[in-house]
Design a protein around this ligand. Sequence first.
Ligand code: HEM
Length: 144
Amino acid sequence: MSEAVLILHVSFAAAWFGHKLLIPKDVRTSVRHPESAALLVTRMSRAQRLGIASGLGTLATGLWLMHLSTGLTSASVETYAALAAVFAMFVVGGAVASPAWAKIRSAIEAEDTPGAMAGVSGFNKAQSLESLLWVFALVMMVIG
Ligand code: HEM
């Protein structure tokens, strides 16, 4: 049972990280022209759905593994550190990356190319911070 949950957990975590890899360059280059920017909006909607599903899947299977092994209140410090990193990722995603993307999307929909380009740097910084937190969580998992 716990092996199956572990496979699910690692698969969700890999999808969470993997789906983000191409986003920063895609956003940076696609916003430059109205035609590619319009297509970017559709791709980003799909990416957002995948990000939310894989992030919640990682968290849920992580909690499930804790429940199956040590119990929710007696896990290792590293597991709690990974849990904190995952919550921090949700905070960065919800409070920084999503609003930053909403601004870019509004600018694209208003055909305001300079406005869309101006928002890219902030959005990509939030993406990088999320990826760093993900790597931190992975290190915690492996050494814990
Ligand atoms: C980005 C986030 C995460 C990544 C990349 C990740 C990755 C991993 C990996 C690779 C393993 C296998 C480690 C090994 O066998 O050496 C693992 C195991 C595990 N993870 Fe995560 N994980 C993440 C988040 C979480 C969270 C948030 C929790 C808790 C809520 C959690 C709880 C666990 C538990 C309990 C195990 C099993 C440890 C064991 O039985 O030795 N993980 N995780």
